[in-house]
Every structure is written in structure tokens, then in C-alpha cells.
Design a protein around this ligand. Sequence first.
Ligand code: NI
Length: 140
Amino acid sequence: MEQDLSRIGVSLPENLLGKFDEIITKRGYSSRSEGIRDAIRGYIRYYDWMSEVQGERIGILSMTYDHSQRGLVTSLLDIEHDYSAITRSAVHVHISHDECMEVLILNGEGKEIKAVAERIIALKGIKNVKLTTIRPGEEL
Ligand code: NI
């Protein structure tokens, strides 16, 4: 069944749109709209997957960010301290003059691990956030 389509206007930084256009060209999308629809579907799937993270888990949360972004490091540290009880390790790598990479190894209730990820994702200036979770004892 054909669904009604809504039109939206979105403001994007030029380099973000440029990168996106490069990818959809390489992947052979027929239009930018189709690429955006797919990206949004992927975003929703990832959110749904994260919603199912519960029970005891080991979480690997990685991210990059520009440490010169005002207030960002303080906000990030606030979150990390709020969840110190489930944080087993935090690795910080200075990638370049401005860019940092951080990996948190978390162990605890999946919902808590998810909450850390959600709060970090929402911070302005945080990029490339990835959460992977493992069930302790699970055979793959
Ligand atoms: Ni750094």
C-alpha cells in the first residue's frame, strides 16, 4: 500500500551533506530522499535494538569528540561519574590536536548501559558513538 509522504526541510552542515551524497552515489540510490529514508530506518532500528538491551551485559561504548567544544568534556565527565558503579575501564586516546577518542567498558544492567549511551549520544559535539553489548557467558 502506498503511504502518504510528508515533506520536511532540514538544515545540515555542508560537509555532512557532501559526505552523505558521496555515500548514496556509491551505493547507487536513485535519490537523496531514498538515502535519507534508509538512514532514518537504520536510526530507528538501532534505537529499537538498544531498547532491548537488558539483563546483565558487558558494554563497549566508543566515541570521538572535539575536546575544544565548550562544556563537552565537563558534561561527559559528569555522565561518566554518574555511572562509575558500572564503569570497569575508560580509555582515552588523543587522536589529533583537537580530536579525542574514548572507549568505556561497562558491566552491569543493560538498561543502565543503554542509559549511559543515550545520554552521551545526546551531547552536542559527540561523534561516532558505537555501543556493542555482550551477554556474559553467551556462546556465539
Ligand atoms: Ni584527548
